[in-house]
Design a protein around this ligand. Structure first.
Ligand SMILES: [Zn+2]
Length: 466
């Protein structure tokens, strides 16, 4: 792969300490956040990544109206140290930029001229909106990031009468504002990497229409890469992918086919979800179809499953021809320093079985309650695992990944059995490895995941669904 991108996604998604009382997405940039970002980049550099794409260095939901007060001296110094660390590690730092949405809430409240029906998205028909967008871009450009991730659609579009008339088709609206920002950044900062992210540009089931694809081919003249991440399935379906990629003037990619969205509220050793086979095989198919970019999700690397996933992503992207088990085996050797062949073998098996025990028992569309019952999806691309302190409502306070529609009774029983086997493996060899502290974290994470699935399985009879 040419673009081997680690995706934050937000600055605290890689945080090495949980934030039990924070709201999503926490934009705190303190000592822990800085250290966590730099530690993550160290593992990225050692594993073959060449970019780190992250949201929230300056703002999350809302830039202040004066823009500049988003960054005080302390934050400025932290951002510059993170940039310096990235340069030293050979990692290009990509700034996650909201396009007409993500970061504009306070501006929309302040300036009625840019306000449409969507409280998170500026009206694309108003020249004033473009003025605000340019102000923010101008501010960010002063920091001279290596590239910009343009995201127009995650929080929806403006649905005022004028916008609906000008851009009746969803994708044309997002395409228009993305292209406008890309052109502006190109002129101001030539040579920087620009990616267009197509989250929510189309219906998750049907994907891009022929017209959407044609418009993306036009957009591909203005950006370096188009990323069809695949949160609930891919907009460019695999059988059509090669023909589409061949027509693009830029690179194309996905987010590796599957990822766990990092849960920032819960204890770092609470889950064990490795997925090296699933993403490895996806990345190999993507490459065969001409895909050359991957936006691979990161997470807190002191979670043993996350650490192996992150290392694996970098290595398989660096050489997609490698056998996925060989890559995993190499990572186990490097991270755990097994002293015996048995320890090596059982550790590799633990990560393979941990993946299979969850993913092969998933029943994603079992009851159609996905996203508040609105629809079922062809996914999963993104898995939310839930839990934390019950601040954001009951559904995120419980381990949702262990409930329907992800696992049913049968799936939970099979997953528990798999985790028991993983725990047995690790218990057998825990004193045969060099990385003493790491293997204890591995054991803890399997133990905690097993506790959770058993608790859910037993409680299921008497407790209502989340
Ligand atoms: Zn509008």
């Amino acid at each position: 792969m040419e673009d081997r991108i680690g995706f934050g996604a937000w600055i605290n998604d890689v945080r090495l300490e949980a934030m039990p009382f924070a709201y999503w997405p926490p934009d705190l940039l303190d000592e822990v956040a800085e250290r966590s970002l730099i530690e993550t980049m160290r593992l990225q550099a050692a594993s073959g990544y060449n970019m780190f794409d992250v949201f929230g260095l300056f703002a999350a939901w809302g830039w202040p109206v004066d823009i500049v007060s988003a960054v005080d001296r302390e934050r400025d110094a932290r951002v510059r140290r993170i940039q310096k660390a990235a340069r030293e590690l050979g990692i290009k730092l990509i700034y996650g930029l909201g396009v007409y949405s993500w970061g504009f809430d306070k501006i929309i409240q302040h300036d009625p001229a840019v306000k449409g029906p969507n409280i998170h998205a500026m009206c694309a028909s108003r020249e004033e909106s473009w003025g605000w967008q340019k102000k923010i871009i101008d501010f960010i450009l002063k920091y001279d990031f290596d590239g910009y991730h343009l995201e127009a659609s995650d929080l929806g579009r403006c649905t005022c009468e004028q916008c609906l008339k000008t851009w009746p088709v969803l994708a044309t609206y997002y395409n228009h504002i993305t292209a406008k920002c890309a052109d502006y950044i190109r002129k101001q900062a030539p040579g920087k990497y620009i990616s267009a992210i197509t989250i929510s540009w189309a219906d998750w089931n049907t994907g891009f229409t022929a017209e959407d694809k044609q418009n993306l081919i036009t957009l591909s003249n203005q950006v370096d890469s188009i990323l069809d991440q695949g949160h609930h399935g891919l907009f460019v379906k695999e059988p059509d992918r090669k023909a589409f990629v061949d027509q693009l003037h830029c690179k194309f990619g996905t987010s590796g086919g599957f990822w766990v969205y990092p849960p920032f509220r819960c204890h770092r050793e609470r889950w064990f979800l490795p997925y090296t086979r699933k993403t490895g095989e996806h990345i190999q198919r993507l490459y065969a179809d001409g895909g050359r970019s991957v936006l691979y999700y990161q997470g807190p690397i002191n979670n043993p499953g996350v650490e192996v996933n992150v290392a694996f992503g970098g290595k398989i992207m660096s050489d997609v021809s490698r056998d996925v088990t060989d890559v995993l085996s190499e990572i186990i050797e490097e991270l755990y320093q097994p002293k015996t062949q048995e320890a090596h073998r059982l550790l590799v098996q633990t990560f393979q079985l941990g993946e299979e025990a969850y993913l092969s028992n998933m029943n994603y569309d079992a009851d159609g309650i996905h996203l508040k019952g609105q629809s079922t999806y062809p996914g999963p691309g993104e898995l939310h695992i839930g839990f934390g302190v019950s601040l954001a409502g009951a559904t995120s306070a419980v381990p949702v990944y262990l409930y329907e529609p992800n696992l049913n009774d049968q799936g939970r029983a099979a997953y528990a059995k798999g985790l028991e086997a993983c725990l047995g493996h690790v218990s057998k060899i825990e004193h045969q490895v060099g990385a003493v502290e790491r293997v204890q974290r591995l054991k803890n994470s399997i133990y905690h995941a097993l506790d959770d699935v058993l608790n859910v399985a037993y409680a299921r009879e008497t407790m209502p669904k989340p």
